[in-house]
Design a protein. Structure first.
Length: 337
């Protein structure tokens, strides 16, 4: 073996010393970002894009690390983690968000939006911005309204054509009373449950049914345990990229600007992926063996009107103020058409 000469030894010594110092010199910020969905779902593709841009623009100073598939807990757990400072970021559906900012429940109302264009007009416009701006007060900061998508019902028992077919189905819903009331209005038996437990619950027939956008149904392989898919599009489910307010305040103004800009690019990209998923995945799910129906939506819309008239829902959407809730719902309805 070749012996090191004095000079080489010195160089190695200096390099080792520099390596020891390096964490203090080039201090790297790691932002962990959790999601509930499977690695190939659109949320995770968007977070990867966001991470790439942030890494490039901060020259490696900020590294966003993705933790998909509810590894870090349910969507609600992750949002709580952001408040506590034990997690930096999450991309989540609005499912749990109404528990933190009640006005978000507005977007949980069934058949609120006509199409994607009207969703974006409301979310990116005055109403969506004002609701997003309420988050810092509860220790969270919105980096934009992303997309989960229009939700459709799957089940193991019946090809749904009309509301009467939903009657009696035990259906898993996200954990918010607006979802529960909507499914009750359709005659189903809703059971709130965290998303991470859903596949097993369907497999073991703890529930007959669930509802989610096609991108989730496909990436979570629900077609393995559900025979029927009904394209009801009853809820438009936005998603939100959130960063802990504590983390946000520690970032330099320059890095905040980089993160904001990267989130906007990732949002546009994710919305595009979501639209493409809706265009392509029906065929894939059919190939995978699902029986797909396209029920007339009018009787479903009619059946769930009671949710809009529910005083508890109206008050909650107004943040405890019924008049404010009524006003917000009317404004959203107008803007969404
Ligand atoms: O956010 O809980 C749900 O059904 C959500 O749609 C899913 O986790 C993606």
């Amino acid at each position: 073996m070749r012996k090191f000469n004095k000079c080489t030894m010195m160089i190695i010594g200096v390099m080792a010393f520099m390596l020891l110092l390096s964490p203090a010199v080039g201090a790297k910020t790691i932002l962990k970002c959790g999601t509930s969905t499977q690695p190939d779902h659109i949320y995770n593709k968007a977070v990867e894009k966001f991470a790439d841009i942030v890494k490039e623009k901060t020259k490696g100073e900020i590294e966003v690390q993705l933790f998909p598939a509810a590894q870090l807990g349910s969507e609600r757990d992750m949002v709580e983690g952001l408040q506590l400072g034990s997690l930096e970021m999450t991309l989540t559906s609005t499912g749990p968000l109404g528990n933190f900012v009640p006005q978000v429940k507005l977007f949980n109302l069934p058949f609120l939006f006509k199409d994607r264009k009207s969703c974006y007009a409301v979310l990116d416009g005055d109403i969506g911005t004002r609701i997003a701006n309420r988050f810092p007060k509860v220790g969270l900061r919105s980096l934009g309204w992303f997309e989960n998508g229009f939700r459709n019902i799957t089940n193991s028992r019946v090809a749904i054509q009309k509301p009467a077919d939903v009657k009696g189905l035990k259906i898993r819903v996200m954990e918010d009373d607006v979802f529960i009331l909507t499914m009750k209005a359709l005659g189903a038996s809703p059971l709130p449950m965290a998303f991470g437990e859903l596949y097993t619950a369907l497999e073991q027939k703890t529930v007959d049914a669930q509802e989610n956008p096609l991108a989730v149904i496909y990436s979570s392989r629900f077609f393995e345990v559900q025979k029927y898919l009904a394209m009801t599009g009853h809820f438009y489910s936005p998603a939100m990229l959130l960063i802990s307010e504590m983390t946000w305040q520690k970032l330099s103004k320059e890095n905040q600007a980089i993160i904001t800009a990267a989130a906007t690019v990732a949002k546009e990209y994710e919305r595009k992926l979501s639209m493409e998923a809706d265009q392509n995945l029906e065929a894939e799910l059919k190939k995978a063996g699902m029986t797909i129906t396209h029920p007339d939506k009018a009787p479903f819309v009619k059946a769930v009107q009671s949710v809009y008239d529910n005083p508890k829902v109206i008050k909650a959407i107004g943040g405890g103020d019924a008049a404010a809730g009524k006003k917000l719902i009317e404004a959203a309805k107008t803007a969404a058409q």
